[in-house]
Structure formats: structure tokens, C-alpha cells
Design a binder for this molecule. Sequence first.
Ligand code: GAP
Length: 436
Amino acid sequence: MNKSNENQLMEAVISLCKRRGFIFPGSEIYGGLANSFDFGPMGVELKNNIKQQWWKRFVRERDDMVGLDSALIMNTKVWEASGHVATFTDPLVECKKCHERFREDTLDGSEVCPKDKKKHEFTEAKQFNLMLKTFLGPVEDEKNTVYFRPETAQGIFVNFKNIIDTARKKLPFGVAQIGKAFRNEITPGNFIFRTREFEQMEIEYFIPEPKKDSDWEGYFDAWQGEMNSWIKSLGIKEDEYEQVEIPKADLAHYSKKTVDFEYKYPFGQKELYGLAYRTNFDLKNHGLEYTDQEGNKYIPHVIEPSLGVERSVLAVLLSAYTEEEADGENRIVLKLPAKLAPFKIAIFPLLKNKPELVAAALEIYHSLKKDFACDFDDNGNVGKRYRRQDEIGTPYCITVDFDTLEKGDVTVRDRDTMKQERIKITELQNYFADKF
Ligand code: GAP
């Protein structure tokens, strides 16, 4: 398939996700729940690998970052102070004929209803708050209403003092958090692109109070560079995304400058990640401040790289998905960066019904499994096993054959080049340690 056939690409990726256990429709046996998805055995590995790589890069490998895992449901006063109760809204209109509801800013202005593609009248736009509500405790009244967090960021802001008091960090420093966020989106869709429950990987990077614009711009530019190199580490190429500065009129209520990283999805160029200069908006509203070494008190400003986990998964899958001719056949292969692949190595006995081959393959499998994510497969013929491993992006396959029993070596096949080489069993550990 040609990647430029965009609808086909999206369908091919969705179908591979279901077929190979990456992503399933949510609540499927009960007819599903619109726009909800479950990550299967391969999907959870891919998603965890993305999150672990992000944590390693932005928390463990840096001296100026710490982590946090805050509650999903917070005191409603947090959302009043942050401005979300008043302003975290989208304009909602209803088609007077079909009674379907849409986000006004997604209509093209010609009053053609997206439902039946005919010209209809719409109601006046109402501001619809996107926060997902629930009740804490047995009484369902206003007093017990709470919100699921619509961004992980506020958990970081409200813990600012706790972190300063315990983490011994001086400005500039950042706090990172990975976790679920919820939004009652009016128009979710495009597979896992826009859902009502999703995960974010967010950093709030606290900087000294800027005296002039250039003081915060340096930090902003540095984080823009970090985000670019993160995107490349996911195997996404430079021509697959654009960086777009958001016009002043469209900025979120807390932002003075935002640059969106927009991926060229098959359904259009849309936001993958955002980078915002949140000024001191949040800490000020929560009444929090910082005292520096000299005893000066001020409210730090914030640069915020905000990344969606599901959008990362989607962009990674779309970029990695490849169909190509190999030995006169069409093969599907996920050319995932090795770090992200659910399995790093698959081990096969050439024949399932030869106990000596199975035993030798199992021994290699158990030994490599201690250091690398491995799969063992003795189903069908070797060609079929290669096809399965190619589709889930496994970088290397090892086949144990009759020569193995005599010479102590195995065939190692490379996913991308499909080249095979013989490697001694005793060398495998070092061979893969070099590769990964
Ligand atoms: N704290 C800032 C913030 O939440 P945002 O642009 O609203 O900013 C940040 O969201 C990121 O979260 C987006 O760039 C996107 O990756 C992800 N995201 C937002 N809404 C989403 C949704 N409904 N479904 C999936 N991911 C979403």
C-alpha cells in the first residue's frame, strides 16, 4: 500500500492494532462504548515503553527534574482557582433539524450539518464545560460534586510547596508527571486521537521571575529543542510534523505563548503535543510563591511541555507502519525504534515436533528473557512466525535448527533488512547488549 493513500493507512493501522493485540474497542462484548479503547498485550508494552523512555530522558537523566504522581480527583477549589470551572469550555451548537450537537469551531461556517451534509440552522453557541463530573460520597448534590482532572498539570502546581520543602531543588527546575486526564469532549474521534479518557506526560518547568521577555524565551526555546529531539527518538521524521505558533486569539486562558507540534495524521495535520509559556498564572492563583537563596520572595513562571500518550502511540504506529515487497510477496512491518518494540527478540524452534529443537530454543528463550523482552513462538511455519513478528515490530528473530544442535549457533534475522546471520549461542547475550 502507498502511504499517501491516507484513509487506507488509518484503516490498515486500526486493523493491525485489533489483529495483533495493540488496541481493542472498549467494552466490546457489550457493543462497545463510543470512543473508548483498551490497550491489549502488545499495546500496553508499546505504551509503557513510551512512558518509560520519557521518564528516563526527562526525569532520571537530568539533574533539574523530579517526578510526581498526584490524585486524579482534587478539591474543586483547585479548578476554581485554575480558571477551569469558568473557562475550560468549548462552544456547543445543536442542529435544529437533526438535534445532533457539534463544537462550533469544527463547523466550516456554511451551516452544512455534518450529520446529513445538508444546509440546516444551528442554535446559538453555548459554552459547554469539558470537565467530567462525579460525586464523592453517597449524596449526589452540588456540595459533593467533584471533577476528574482535565490536565495533570494542576496536581504539580498545588504540590509546589511540598516539593520545594522536600526535594532540595533550586530554580530553575521542573516537575514531571504521567497520568490520566479526562475531558467530556463534544466531538471525540479519529480512533485514539481524541478520547474522553487519556493519559498525559507533563512537565511544569519553574523559572525565576523574568525581568524581560528574553529571560523566559531562552527556556522556551530550549524546551522546544528537547521536544523535537524526543519526537525524533520516537522514529517520527522531520517531514511528518510541523511546529505551529498559536495565534494570540486562540491561546488557552493561561498561556502567553504556545507552540503546537502538529503531526500529519491521515485525517489532517493536528496537534500531537503543546509547549506553553504559562507565566505565573497558576502559582499566583493558588497563592504560592518561592523564596530564593537571598531571601527574595517571588512567584516563579512556568514553561510547560505537555504530551499526550495516546497521540504518541498513534503517531508512532502511523510512522512505523510499512508495507513492502519482499521475495515477491507483500509484507507488513512495523519499523518501530527498538526501544519501543513490545518484544525485542523472538525465539523459534525450526520444528515444533522435534523435542530437542524445542528444548534448545526454550533454553535460549529463558536465558535472554532475563535481560530483554522476548517472545517464544512455535506456531505454524517459520515464514508465518516472521510475518507475525514483523507486524508487531520485533527487531530480531532467532531460529534454532539442526545445525544449532551440532555447532552451537543459531540464525538471527533482522526485521528491517531481513538479512540472516549465524551467531554462537554463547555470543547472543553480548550481541544483543550491543544492539540495544
Ligand atoms: N496542561 C496543558 C494541557 O493540558 P492541552 O493542549 O489541552 O494542554 C495537552 O493538552 C496534550 O494532551 C495534547 O497535546 C494532546 O497530546 C493530549 N490531549 C488533549 N486532549 C486530548 C484528548 N481528548 N484525547 C487524547 N489526547 C488529548
